[in-house]
Design a protein around this ligand. Structure first.
Ligand SMILES: Cc1cc2nc3c(=O)[nH]c(=O)nc-3n(C[C@H](O)[C@H](O)[C@H](O)COP(=O)(O)OP(=O)(O)OC[C@H]3O[C@@H](n4cnc5c(N)ncnc54)[C@H](O)[C@@H]3O)c2cc1C
Length: 453
């Protein structure tokens, strides 16, 4: 490895192995797998080019040594946890923005570019990315692709997977695959899809060409308050059904009320028309159009949790990360369901929680009515008891989503947290995934143990 990347880029100290051998998932939230603290890599390598990645992969493949691709290490499902040990491949030195093309409306970047750096580079050309998660200051382009992340502008631009135009990927046998930088094709299956949301199971992404967007000519924030979640939900669904495309759409119910946050962006006449009609729709569904300050504040602070993570946790040893907050008896679930099932699902979740000691402190839909999330807390009993109660409830709620035709997670991946439920969700699809894996990675070296593989 030292011959390939230089000895300064091969890390083997217990300190380094410790801080790399996990992501932002707290062990409290892993209910069904072994203790995260037991999982440790043998070495971390930090390549600077596709050629170096290909050499690392070829060497590992010849020795059948597991490889774990690593971007910012900010995933929340344990995707970078080296559950069979092996080599962590940190691509953060591959951090160049290679080309910004305002005509094609694309940017070609190396895998390890941090989203905030991409935002800055694009801003010089009056452009912006379509993916804008909380974790802009800390997550990488390839990490976001590999988890198919969702961000604040997803109502208009979709998840990170929708931003992908072309990829360069080092396959498990060391070959380099390049797809073509055209967003639509009819020449065989779209191979980008194999790597979107796949958590590094099929190869290491080394470069990506992604869509970029003009900075909006006009921006307008709107806030509507509702007496019930159902009314806000129906208003949001009607907005999208009408063809209105806010960039931000977030309906949140917390103890102090139910707010629909909307942001309209684009050319001036379009923004004015969409905002006007949206306000009418909200009123039609019993909403009150209030001053937009809550939405402005929400927008202003949207990257704060990412900034906090950067200053208190990023790159720190696991114990330090895990012990930094006392508030951890919670879980955050992001379920996807058909629009027609969401409200019934919520009701049935409330029934499951009844008397369990676990309560939902926030219900939300984010960007589309199909994407429903719940922040659950358990404040009863000891930490162990709270964990047990949460484990039971969370499992039931995830399974219910699957049973109602939905998916257990819409933006963070499967990692180690949800691995045990994936086959249940994919059905025969899991066999297809397994066959693809067997063909591309017969020795199962690429992030083994993830995606149920
Ligand atoms: C404070 C905070 C806020 C967050 N907010 C959001 C949010 O708003 N929306 C959201 O979707 N997520 C959010 N997340 C989760 C996380 O930021 C995302 O999952 C992000 O996309 C992960 O990017 P990363 O570069 O850190 O990837 P990592 O954690 O390093 O890796 C994630 C997965 O991708 C694989 N991977 C990484 N790089 C490559 C590569 N080059 N090739 C192949 N596979 C690779 C890894 O093996 C792993 O399985 C948040 C996390 C934190 C800590």
């Amino acid at each position: 490895m030292a011959d390939i990347v230089g000895k300064d880029n091969v890390l083997t100290s217990p300190y380094d192995l410790d801080r790399y051998s996990a992501d932002a998932l707290h062990p409290f939230r892993v209910y069904s797998t072994t203790n995260l603290a037991d999982q440790i890599a043998q070495v971390v390598v930090r390549p600077a080019s596709t050629d170096e990645v290909a050499k690392i992969v070829t060497l590992a493949n010849s020795q059948k040594i597991p490889l774990v691709p690593y971007g910012g290490g900010t995933g929340v499902m344990g995707g970078t946890v080296p559950i069979q040990g092996g080599i962590i491949v940190d691509v953060s030195r591959m951090n160049r923005v290679l080309e910004i093309n305002p005509t094609d409306l694309t940017a070609r970047v190396e895998a390890g570019v941090v989203l905030a750096d991409l935002v800055d580079a694009l801003a010089e050309h009056s452009l912006m990315p379509g993916h804008d998660p909380y974790s802009v200051p800390i997550a990488t382009v390839a990490g976001a692709i590999s988890t198919n992340g969702v961000g604040y502008r997803a109502a208009a631009f979709g998840p990170m997977g929708d931003q992908v135009v072309a990829l360069e990927v080092v396959l498990p046998d060391g070959q380099i695959l390049n797809t073509r930088p055209v967003p639509i094709q009819s020449s065989g299956p779209g191979l980008n899809q194999l790597f979107i949301g796949s958590e590094g199971s099929f190869g290491i992404i080394t470069k990506a060409t992604i869509k970029v967007f003009r900075m909006p000519e006009a921006q307008s924030f709107a806030t509507a308050s509702f007496d019930s979640f159902d009314a806000g939900f129906n208003a949001a669904a009607e907005l999208l059904a009408l063809g209105i495309r806010p960039t931000l759409l977030d309906l949140t119910e917390e103890d102090d009320g139910i707010l629909l946050h909307l942001l309209f962006e684009g050319f001036t006449e379009g923004v004015v028309a969409q905002e006007q009609r949206s306000k009418q729709v909200c009123a039609d569904f019993g909403g009150r159009n209030i001053d937009s300050e809550p939405t402005l504040a929400y927008w202003r602070d949207r990257h704060q949790s990412g900034e906090n993570y950067k200053s208190t946790a990023l790159g720190k040893p696991r114990k330090e990360r895990w012990n930094r907050t006392g508030w951890r008896m919670f879980d955050y679930l992001h379920l996807g369901l058909p629009i027609s099932k969401v409200l019934e699902y919520r009701k049935r979740c409330d029934d499951i929680l009844e008397g369990s000691g676990v309560r939902t402190v926030e219900y939300a839909i984010w960007s589309r009515p199909e994407l429903f999330s719940m922040l659950m807390m358990c404040e009863e009993g000891t930490e162990d008891q709270a964990r047990e109660s949460l484990a039971r409830v969370v499992e039931e709620v995830l399974i219910l989503a699957q049973d109602m035709g939905g998916v257990m997670e819409y933006c963070h991946g499967v990692g180690v947290k949800l691995n045990h439920l994936l086959a249940r969700e994919l059905g025969v699809g899991q066999d297809v995934v397994r066959m693809l894996k067997k063909t591309l990675d017969p020795s199962n070296i690429m992030n083994p143990g993830k995606l149920g593989l």
